[in-house]
Design a protein around this ligand. Structure first.
Ligand code: NAD
Length: 260
């Protein structure tokens, strides 16, 4: 039997990148999915890709902004109303924000990045964990970043938010373990998604390809990660194959964060 047969999983940021790759993997393994994103086009593309590989998959697509607590409550409520439970939650939506030296980092940009990347993750844990605690089971995977365990530079909002996601993961992981609910985080390095392509255009608007080449030269594997590689890790953490892993932050970065 597949790991996710009849399991119900919510994925935020499901319209692109890591969220889409994870949605595809879970659907192929029998999950019932709630896909959440701010982008209708992204959700439509993910749903079409799922239909190609798992035509009978049960999917609910919801437009919601994770930085708005009422909308988070809404996608949780709609999932329970439709499927009756929540077994897994990939709390993943995020943005990079504009890169700049801290003294030039705009206050409203900082608030925006924290609103989505940190408050959004907090609201998600808060409302999903309540459902899982009642059930006595469930697994939450938050998306942190290597930028949440190391300094990166020019990313005040992103670094603060992702370090915050690490803190939330450890804090709520130890709170909910006794209720049968596990809460972990993944900390991806540079994974080839639209977010990383846009990031390289910020680093070097004239020659993003060159910036991209330089970036991977410092990685032990000399390459970018693939969204499917992150989806494999997330799926494992959401599944019942990882039942003694809790409150952990797991880097998936080709070893880059271990480099001196
Ligand atoms: P992506 O841009 O491909 O996908 C992000 C998705 O989130 C998009 O579909 C976007 O519409 C959605 N989104 C943005 N703001 C939202 C909001 N307010 N509410 C709901 N949905 C929203 O990026 P990705 O690379 O797949 O990133 C996914 C997560 O992984 C992010 O949290 C990101 O910070 C993190 N991450 C990515 C990398 C990487 O190298 N790609 C590395 C470390 C961490």
């Amino acid at each position: 039997m597949d790991r996710f047969t009849d399991k119900v999983v919510i994925i935020t940021g499901a319209g692109s990148g890591l969220g889409r790759a994870t949605a595809l993997q879970l659907a192929a393994e029998g999950a019932k999915l709630t896909l959440v994103d701010v982008s209708q086009a992204g959700l439509d593309a993910t749903q079409a890709a799922i239909t190609d590989i798992a035509a009978s998959a049960e999917i609910v697509s919801i437009i919601a902004d994770v930085s708005n607590e009422d909308q988070v409550k809404g996608y949780v409520k709609q999932t329970v109303a439709t499927f009756g439970r929540i077994d897994g939650f990939f709390n993943n939506a995020g943005i990079e924000g504009k890169q700049s030296l801290t003294e030039n980092y705009a206050g409203d940009e900082f608030a925006k990045v924290l609103g989505i990347n940190l408050s959004g993750v907090f609201y998600g844990i808060k409302h999903v964990a309540a459902v899982m605690r009642e059930q006595g089971s469930g697994s939450i995977v938050n998306t942190a970043s290597v930028g949440g365990i190391r300094g990166v530079g020019n990313q005040s909002g992103y670094a603060a938010a992702k370090h915050g996601v690490v803190g939330l993961t450890r804090n709520s992981g130890i709170e909910y373990g006794e209720f049968g609910v596990r809460i972990n985080a993944v900390a991806p390095g540079a994974i080839w998604t639209p977010m990383v392509e846009a990031s390289l255009r910020q680093v070097d608007p004239v020659n993003p390809e060159k910036a991209g080449e330089e970036f991977i030269q410092i990685n032990p594997t000399k390459r970018y990660g693939k969204p499917e590689e992150v989806a494999d890790l997330v799926s494992y953490l959401l599944s019942d194959k990882s039942t003694y892993i809790n409150a952990q932050v797991i880097a998936i970065d080709g070893g880059q964060s271990q480099k001196y």
